[in-house]
Design a binder for this molecule. Structure first.
Ligand code: ZN
Length: 92
């Protein structure tokens, strides 16, 4: 490969749809095509495992940042609304 330019954005010649950044002369395909060539597939991203906030703790947090305790501040309203949405999402 004599036309290698470090960091060049290159259109993958196999799928002709994905553009990849060529940071080494031997990288000639996008990652998906490279893995397919080797009989592998790219790992599908999964959502990170998140521990739900325990309902008693969530209730306590809502009490602690309730706008009534913070002079009806915008921050308290935003935080409380967020926690209430979280509570609704977690506990229906
Ligand atoms: Zn490709």
């Amino acid at each position: 490969m004599n036309d290698f330019h470090f960091g060049a954005r290159v259109l993958c010649p196999t799928c002709k749809t994905r553009v990849f950044i060529q940071d080494a002369p031997w990288k000639r395909l996008c990652v998906t095509c490279y893995l397919a060539q080797k009989g592998k597939t790219a790992p599908t991203p999964t959502a990170p495992a998140v521990m739900p906030i325990e309902s008693g703790m969530l209730r306590r947090l809502i009490q602690l940042c309730h706008p009534d305790r913070h002079g009806n501040s915008a921050a308290a309203n935003i935080a409380t609304r967020y926690l209430l949405e979280l509570k609704g999402a977690q506990h229906g």
